[in-house]
Write a protein that binds this ligand. Structure first.
Ligand SMILES: Nc1nc2c(ncn2[C@@H]2O[C@H](COP(=O)(O)OP(=O)(O)O)[C@@H](O)[C@H]2O)c(=O)[nH]1
Ligand SMILES: [Mg+2]
Length: 398
């Protein structure tokens, strides 16, 4: 009898232990965060506000970081599992860059009707209309769209182009040609001893300057640079706070000053400090107040002058343009290029806009290379502009 009771107790205890372990494993798996990260290589960061959930890898929250908006408080058990997972994967590993095809959905939608018609072999008045409408709505520019289609029409008339597929291929080649640039698309970095490279980031409010600096800080740090951020937008305190958050996330240092302070002084301090401490790259944020245009122009000129003083070496002045603003971006660009010699364009928000054709207009009308494009709000969503991938994504049917 006693033996029977002991056996029953042992069996019940075993069942409880096994089911408890199974439950814990199931919970851990449910919370799984994708593939196991390779060994840590660099400091970590948390996802930025607005980053799609689950896209950015988790990292320990920086001591000063405020709670992320929209993050659900964890239950105690989940918090424990989370803490264990975070201790394991102590640093964030940059995610693979997003593909053009996956992020250009909106502008691709404009072309899908014409592209499907051409793939099925149709070249009729409706196809031409549909192509023209897509090009114009995508903000390629009316004159450019008309010239492009006139050229293709004449090739169809002379039977140089015979099938829908050939026309599609010719269209792709023509758009690709429009994207040719005499300027280099690579970001210039001289890396002279004791003379930090400075990349100035300019553009109107809200286009994505600060976010681009955060993304660049991450990219360039990952590429082995020692990056220092200069909070040159002193117009609002929040602007420097936003940059400070990116500095924490990307493990970079920041030089900031008081709200309303002189941005040139901050950039100057940043360059001095970078030279003294061996940072090889300074990314300088600026304010973009178009409504005080005269001041802006003078301020930018001064920042550019001061940044270029010994030991500073300004190697890029990147103008950030928001693709969703379409042709307005060109107007802004002209105002900025009057003030400073811009070396390249960063076109942000190409994801989620039907105006991706602005990339053609920007390059043709400004004669400046589009160097980088923003394909999302996350820290890894800044990619080199690749015309082949862009055209391929635009005219793909899959
Ligand atoms: N979808 C998308 N949003 C972006 C991109 N770049 C910046 N943003 C968002 O645009 C808004 C303004 O960016 P911010 O960097 O503050 O602009 P700034 O005023 O020029 O410094 C923020 O909500 C960013 O998350 C991008 O490439 N794609
Ligand atoms: Mg900003």
């Amino acid at each position: 009898m006693t033996i029977l009771v002991i056996v029953i107790i042992v069996v019940v205890a075993a069942v409880l232990v096994i089911s408890g372990a199974g439950f814990a494993i199931a919970r851990t798996r449910r919370k799984g965060r994708g593939p196991v990260a390779p060994p840590p290589t660099r400091p970590s960061g948390a996802p930025p506000p607005g980053a799609p959930p689950g896209r950015a890898p988790t990292a320990p929250a920086p001591a000063r970081a405020p709670p992320e908006a929209g993050v659900r408080p964890e239950a105690p058990v989940e918090a424990e599992i989370e803490a264990a997972a975070e201790a394991e994967a102590a640093v964030e590993v940059p995610a693979a860059p997003p593909s053009y095809r996956s992020r250009l959905g909106t502008v691709r939608g404009l072309f899908s009707g014409a592209v499907s018609a051409l793939r099925s072999g149709r070249i009729d008045a409706e196809t031409w209309d549909s192509l023209e409408e897509a090009l114009i709505r995508a903000d390629v520019g009316v004159a450019t769209a008309t010239a492009l289609l006139d050229d293709l029409r004449s090739k169809v008339d002379t039977k140089e182009i015979r099938s829908g597929d050939d026309l599609l291929a010719a269209l792709g080649r023509s758009i690709r040609e429009l994207l040719e640039t005499s300027g280099s698309r690579s970001l210039r970095f001289d890396g002279k001893e004791g003379s930090p490279d400075i990349w100035l980031i300019v553009g109107v409010n809200g286009v994505g300057k600060t976010t681009t600096i955060g993304k660049l800080a991450r990219r360039q740090s990952a590429a082995g640079h020692s990056v220092l951020l200069a909070a040159g937008d002193t117009f609002r305190a929040a602007a420097a706070d936003q940059l400070a958050l990116w500095a924490e996330r990307t493990g970079t240092e920041i030089v900031r000053g008081a709200e309303g302070g002189d941005p040139s002084a901050i950039v100057f301090d940043a360059v001095q400090r970078a030279a003294a401490r061996g940072n090889d790259l300074v990314l300088a944020d600026t304010a973009g107040r178009l409504h005080t245009k005269v001041n802006l122009v003078e301020e930018l000129k001064k920042i550019r002058r001061v940044a270029g003083r010994e030991p500073g070496n300004v190697t890029e002045v990147l103008l950030v343009l928001d693709a969703t603003t379409g042709q307005n971006a060109l107007v802004q660009a002209r105002q900025f290029t009057e003030a400073v010699e811009v070396t390249g364009i960063v076109l942000t928000k190409l994801d989620g806009t039907a105006k991706g054709g602005i990339v053609v207009a920007v390059q043709r009308e400004l004669g400046l290379p589009v160097k980088l494009v923003g394909l999302g709000e996350g820290p890894d969503d800044l990619v080199d502009f690749d015309p082949d991938q862009f055209v391929d994504a635009l005219l793909a049917t899959d």
